[in-house]
Design a protein around this ligand. Sequence first.
Ligand code: PGA
Ligand code: ZN
Length: 399
Amino acid sequence: RIESVRLRRILDSRGNATVEADVLTESGGFGRAAAPSGASTGEYEAIELDPGEAIASAREHAVPRLEGNVYVGDQRDVDTTLRAADGTDNFSEIGANSAVAISMAAAKAAADMLGAPLYQHLGGAFRGDTFPVPLGNVIGGGEHAADATAIQEFLAAPVGAPSVQDAVFANAAVHQEAASILDERGVPSAKGDEGAWAPSIDDDEAFEVMDEAVSTVSDDFGFDIRFGLDVAGAEMYEDGEYHYRDQTRSTDEQIAYIADLVDEYDLVYVEDPLDENDYEGFAELTDRVGDQTLICGDDLFVTNVERLSDGIEQDAGNSILIKPNQIGTLSDAFDAIELAVENGYDPVISHRSGETEDTTIAHLAVATDAPFIKTGSVGGERTAKLNELIRIEQNVSRL
Ligand code: PGA
Ligand code: ZN
């Protein structure tokens, strides 16, 4: 059982405060986890409170219910207790940041107590043996960088990589290659929040750079590397139109534009191509190109089974982004993954733009046999997850 839960404010990758939780069990199991934080957050996400307030509220309402009462190996009980302590349906009382940190720390304490790696505890004995393909953010803008591309993320997708390790190195190489190409073009570039290059170029030019970088590295590495996008359409959408640098597009034009991009660049992945309320638009685009590419809902679904159910009913998208802090607990994230898989939607496990060294999502992706994980390509808070995937792969394959 849980002996103690300690909460504290720590730094995230943007220099903001976030919540870290330590869970200690009576038998000496220990788990530590920290909440990430979004910038282009979805309207329907669980509520992230100011970390100081979230900690104070969780100490008052949640910690006394957990300590001495709840068995960490029963993740459902941990998470139900968190929900009951909160008393709302969106964690607005204790904060999704406190909730997710405690939920993930409890899972790690359970794994520690059982002497199993986290992916094994979460995935169980009947976990498959697939590894996620990492989607690496190479060029980006939107809410993650000022004066850069309108599309939030251009993501390398090393779909032909023979191993996670090869895939991780391929993404880093694409990131480096993109820098050389930008340099040759005389375009200076800083990095955005997730470590992607954030040059002051329009989206057309970013497609050219990305296409070239991916094919160069694909040739070098000898396997297929393609690319995809997180459009983060909700952030672009205002007054009924999608706003790019020098132009706007209506919803119909946006759908046609994205469908053309899928054809032209053979995109493997398109996240949030449309606004977070536009199920019909997602359905239409999925109908047009859903057999060629993943149409993934992030702000559309916010890891929420109810929103995903609505999407499934309307055939909106064919993939869901999974961010545990969007919903507040690991159990809720698992439920969303299960519903997705049952209905032929591919789950993609994801980081946030504000991150810590926490590696839980790497384990979650392996535990659930997710086909993709989105966790950047470079930068310490991103490589924490990528390097953990490399370790897990070695561990599982007994290399
Ligand atoms: P966020 O961005 O973490 O700032 O929400 C990531 C995403 O949109 O996928
Ligand atoms: Zn997104």
